[in-house]
Design a protein around this ligand. Structure first.
Ligand code: PEP
Ligand code: MG
Length: 751
């Protein structure tokens, strides 16, 4: 059964569109389960009814004609019960309804399973049999497994269908995701597709057909040269069969008919990468459908060859790339390096199919003040290159081809946003304190050089977290000690005499350096942060030396260690920091040892906070990671984003524990996770006694506004009331209602 399941899912995955997907399902399921009928019903978004969309075994003329409301008939009952219905004799069931158009009076046995995607019943998959018999447990389990696997593919194909239809009529479509960075962006889609994936090449047109044909021929020639060269280089290491593969690749590229097919499409003004991908995928599908195993295996070779040429096509295109004004960057999984490719003045918003609001790219988006929607799982992004878009970073929605009315509404929101920002401007020169004078340090998190100007303009009093990995992410090798010194000096000088907390390199998890790949099944629990740099003292020492040299004469450097999970790591890291300091003194530098602190972001560090506090100059809570580890929710996974709650009662207790432990040891405690930049969260942290709140520059005025609107005693009351609550949602609602009551909510988001 596993083999059949895999092959059906594989076939469905490479189908062109929704009708093809449904046709494969009904045909293959009927064949594999040896049933007389297999049908798929899908929900019609407008009416909410379930409509027969494809069948093998029922009358074809019934397709599109049979509609059932939830709870109506057997299919409607599968919908409302959200579980399979397995009947020996369908017509004996009280819910049975007869539709003459289908001709189903001939069938007795019925098995229907719901197709559920993100808790919504998208449709029902039904098999039927003429004789009276119950489908056995194995058959039922097979259909349940298949429905679960197909749900995502059907949802994606449905969304693509909507877009293809609207592409012709220019009607608007809406896709939901996670609100990852507030604001509204109205612009044009630029899709970044994985360099070598044939299946994700965006549909785009070419205007200059001759230039596109030339591009294609050049890419073919480069790919041919590359394959020849690799084949030549490896010839002594390859056996005969492997060598033959290279020859086969060359002859495929020399095959004129392949090139003719592609050129024909280019002449129809389809871009060269897209034309190439379409043709190669058709060949892949043809090979995959062959019954002979040898030929089926060749599908992988065709795909590989296709990918090689695609990389060449992309490289040639890259050099000609011109980003439009108002670019909205879209990708399956956006990274910081991808953002860096677009000139800052042209980039206005981000949309990512994967990822969540605490992914690092979302954190960077917030820091840059770019509206972002993450985890738009059903977005057929390959179809929307160049499309007009509205990114609604407040609601986590993306509107494709917005109509005039929708645009008008969003234009008004953008105008209101500008007004709100102006209203907050006057706060820059005022201190971070409550209405009754309780002072709290409001610092900023930085990484990009652009953060510096924004932070200073908004009245930052210091840097609570400088993410040193950002300049590392934007290069193609480790920066040298001198290069690092220059980058750090710029940062320290810009803020002096304000303190700047530089965190040592925190890579791993979702922060991968292209030139230092870390392949792990469980990256957030793996080789991350201090674990990497303790294993590579040469990298750690170089970085710490660069920081200390950069701070010479300024006196505002603080060094912070990420991902500390126990005293052993702290002791080992401190030894290295002291060694670097000693070396520099020996080399003649007049530098004093900077304050050394740690991040508290691993649960074990919460329970050892007191012992750790005694050994450091300061502590700062990384609530992004602490939340993910306490709740066992991957911060980067959109599937579980709805249960990632930084205000979960367990997280609040941990936060309290840390600040009390720190203060008991006379150590200052700050927080630099995203919670500090959330006005509601910030008020709770102030009540807990946090000394420093460090956040992105975008949120600084909002938090300051909230702080200045309350008295310390009010925040204490709010904290006491939420600490008595047992669930995160209730706490979130209470905090939001409080912000509304004190008039802050209106300052944060257009109404
Ligand atoms: C955190 O984990 O809260 C933190 C500030 O570090 P980062 O987001 O860079 O992992
Ligand atoms: Mg962290």
């Amino acid at each position: 059964m596993l083999g059949s399941l895999r092959s059906i899912v594989q076939e469905v995955n490479s189908a062109r569109d929704l009708p093809a997907v449904l046709d494969i399902i009904v045909r293959r399921v009927r064949e594999v389960m040896h049933t007389r009928v297999c049908s798929v019903y899908l929900r019609d978004k407008q009416s909410g009814n379930y409509v027969l969309m494809a069948t093998r075994g029922l009358n074809q003329s019934a397709v599109g004609q049979v509609h059932l409301a939830p709870g109506e008939g057997l299919v409607g009952n599968v919908v409302t019960r959200e579980e399979p219905i397995n009947l020996e004799q369908a017509e004996a069931h009280p819910a049975y309804q007869y539709f003459p158009a289908t001709g189903e009076e001939r069938f007795s046995a019925f098995l229907g399973t719901p197709i559920i995607h993100h808790r919504n019943v998208l449709g029902v998959l039904v098999v039927q049999q003429a004789e009276k018999r119950r489908f056995d447990e194995g058959e039922e389990a097979f259909l349940v497994t298949l429905s679960a696997q197909l749900a995502g593919v059907i949802a994606h194909a449905e969304a693509t269908g909507v877009l293809v239809a609207i592409g012709q009529q220019r009607n608007e479509a809406k896709f939901g995701g996670i609100a990852a960075s507030p604001g509204v962006a109205i612009g044009r889609a630029h899709v970044i597709a994985p360099q070598a994936n044939l299946a994700t090449v965006p549909y785009s047109c070419c205007i200059d057909v001759d230039a596109e044909l030339e591009l294609f021929h050049q890419a073919l020639a480069s790919a041919r040269d590359e394959i020849r060269e690799v084949g030549e280089r490896l010839k002594d290491d390859l056996n005969r069969e492997e060598r033959a593969l290279f020859d086969a690749y060359i002859s495929m590229l020399d095959d004129n008919s392949l090139a003719v097919e592609v050129c024909d499409r280019i002449r129809q003004q389809i871009s060269a990468p897209r034309a190439w991908a379409e043709v190669m995928l058709e060949h892949v599908r043809r090979f995959e459908a062959m019954s002979d195993a040898y030929f089926r295996d060749r599908a992988a070779d065709v795909r590989d060859l296709g990918a090689r040429v695609l990389v060449h096509l992309r490289q040639q295109q890259q050099s000609q790339r011109d980003y439009p004004e108002n670019t909205v960057l879209i990708g399956e999984e956006l990274t910081a390096a991808m953002l860096a490719e677009v000139p800052r003045e042209k980039l206005i918003g981000l949309v990512s199919v994967k990822g969540s609001s605490n992914s690092h790219v979302a954190i960077i988006a917030r820091a840059m003040g770019l509206p972002a929607v993450m985890g738009v799982q059903d977005l057929p992004y390959e179809q929307i290159e160049g499309a007009d878009l509205v990114v609604d970073g407040y609601r986590g929605e993306l509107h494709v081809h917005p109509g005039r009315e929708l645009r008008r509404r969003f234009d008004a929101i953008v105008a209101e946003e500008r007004e709100l920002a102006r209203n907050l401007d006057h706060l820059a020169g005022l201190p971070g304190e409550t209405a009754d004078g309780h002072r709290v340090r409001l610092w900023v998190n930085t990484g990009l050089m652009a953060d510096v100007v924004r932070s200073l303009e908004r009245g930052a009093e210091g840097v609570g977290l400088y993410r040193t990995e950002v300049p590392f992410l934007l290069r193609d090798r480790f920066p040298s000690e001198e290069e690092q010194r220059e980058i750090y000096r710029e940062q320290l000088e810009a803020f002096a005499p304000r303190p700047v907390t530089m965190r040592t390199l925190d890579i791993g998890g979702d922060k991968a350096l292209a030139y230092f790949p870390i392949e792990e099944t469980n990256p957030f629990l793996g080789w991350r942060g201090i674990r990497v740099t303790l294993d590579h003292p040469e990298i750690f020492l170089g970085q710490v030396r660069a920081m200390m040299k950069a701070g010479k004469g300024l006196g505002n450097l603080r060094i912070m260690l990420p991902m500390i999970s126990g005293l052993g790591e702290l002791v080992a890291a401190r030894k290295l920091v002291e060694r670097a300091h000693g070396e520099l003194v020996d080399e003649g530098y007049d530098i004093s040892m900077p304050p050394l602190g740690i991040m508290i972001e691993v649960p074990s560090a919460v329970y050892q906070a007191r012992e750790l506090a005694e050994q450091v100059d300061f502590m700062s809570v990384g609530s992004n990671d602490l939340t993910q580890y306490l709740l066992a929710v991957d911060r980067n996974n959109s599937r579980v984003a709805n249960i990632y709650h930084a205000l979960h009662p367990a997280v609040l207790r941990a936060l309290q524990e840390v600040v009390s432990a720190g203060h008991a040891a006379n150590t200052k405690v700050g927080i630099c996770g995203e919670l500090a930049g959330d006005p509601g969260g910030a008020l709770l942290l102030v009540a807990m006694g946090y000394d420093v709140l460090s956040m992105n520059a975008t949120n600084l005025p909002r938090v300051k506004a909230a702080l200045r609107a309350v008295r310390k005693a009010d925040t204490d009351k709010l904290l006491q009331s939420v600490l008595a609550m047992h669930c995160a949602e209730e706490i979130e609602e209470t905090v939001q209602a409080y912000l509304k009551r004190i008039g802050i909510k209106a300052l944060l988001q257009p109404q």
